[in-house]
Design a protein around this ligand. Sequence first.
Ligand code: SF4
Ligand code: SF4
Length: 203
Amino acid sequence: MSFTDGFRPPAREPTPEEVGVRGGSKACGGCTLCCKVLGIGPNGKAPGVLCPHAAPGSGCGVHDHRPEVCATYQCAWTWAEPLDPSWRPDRAGFLINPRPDPAEVEVVVDPDQPDAWRREPYASQIKRWSDPRTVSIARVLVRTNGRVMVLFPETEIDLGLPNQPNFRVESGYEMRDGRMQPFARFTSLFGATPSFSLTGPRP
Ligand code: SF4
Ligand code: SF4
């Protein structure tokens, strides 16, 4: 099983019963983790704090009037078929946030359980996604309390806090000290403007 096999949009529109809080091929059910870990910008709630309308275990308390950005957001679990029910974000303690670059995987962790992604079966699978020899994923980012870490099969590089919400990361291998070693760094967006307002954690 590879994660990329599951990275495709739902083949059809979900039925209302499947939609749950938001939508996708899997129902959100009572999960509200995105209502906590993501910010609704620029004037909405901050990342890392639970939205006052969220009712963990039952969903959104203003479901019929929720902001459009909430109604359209889907974390990757809802449509990535290989991710079984144990990966539902409220059970896992993190969500997988779609990035503008589809070759990136971004794991956004509940700040109240920052090591949730290091538990099994999650840690081994997430590490496998970071291995360019096994999957066609360019990089795996883990965001905890706004900090960005880039995973490699052999190490982790903590980049700290990005200086803008829609950051970009460059990573790969470069020759240093006579051998190929992993690198990761923030890069400029070259003036690009945010294309959506539901963002990952910001500093
Ligand atoms: S984190 Fe994913 S599964 Fe949970 S409520 Fe948000 S979109 Fe639904
Ligand atoms: S308005 Fe509803 S869906 Fe949006 S963040 Fe708050 S609880 Fe979640």
